[in-house]
Design a protein around this ligand. Sequence first.
Ligand SMILES: [Zn+2]
Length: 292
Amino acid sequence: MRLLHPAIMAFGFPLFLAACGALAPDNAAKPAQSAASVDRIYAINCGENHAKDLSAWTTPADSGKPHVFSNNCYLIKHRADWLLWDSGNPDRIAAMPGGLRNPRGTSIAFMKKPLVDSLREIGVAPADIRYFAMSHSHGDHSGNANLFAASTIYMQSAEYDAVFGSEPQKYNFMPANFEKLRDAKIVKLNGDHDVFGDGSVLIKPTPGHTPGHQSLLVRLPKAGPVLLSGDAVHLKSNWDNKRVPSINYNADQSTRSMDAMDSLIKATGAKLWINHDFEQSAAIPKSPAFIE
Ligand SMILES: [Zn+2]
């Protein structure tokens, strides 16, 4: 068994199952936090991606090795508001038992359960999502973005320009995933953004995988801060070696973003949740369970 980085291993979070109503009766004093916390986070299974050749993400030594990447969406409750981070593989893939091969033929996307069904289990409809943001605009993160055209959407300006510019395919973006967002309320960011204005959720720019990639720092009331990686890092082994995948848009930016994430983790004590790391993702409870 591989040893996990302490920041990843130290889950230790209280877990409650919404389905069985086992909510915490504990109103005891909470640990002091310098910033406010959200109420809870749901990690939602938003598909799997089966790659033919892992080496595109790692090193030539992995040439020809198949690999399964996990893929999650994250739903965050803050008082009366909901924030959705990433939208996963397209829901329509749930009706394709053999999955859907990507245009480059490098991987097959699967979706066991549509995102709308997972949200419904939590008691949330797309129209309830007040805030929506994606780590970046690749198909496995933007697959259901059109469902959230009525939300306030946060996107880095560099990503916006790549998505809605003249050459979205150059960045491996799929214009159909954004066709309903052209007239949406998109707030263009040029750096950090404090979503709720109380420090509980911070969008952090982490460019390199795509021009305007971003990651999310979420402060949980009991588990403490977590940093949602997006694709700034795909695998635990890449993080440990600060390895930049050959598929990334800009290698220097990628390295600088990982350095910034490292500094943020050291400053906040955040645990790093690496979205596509199958092994780590399997250890995080999935919705309708949630983490406080
Ligand atoms: Zn990506």
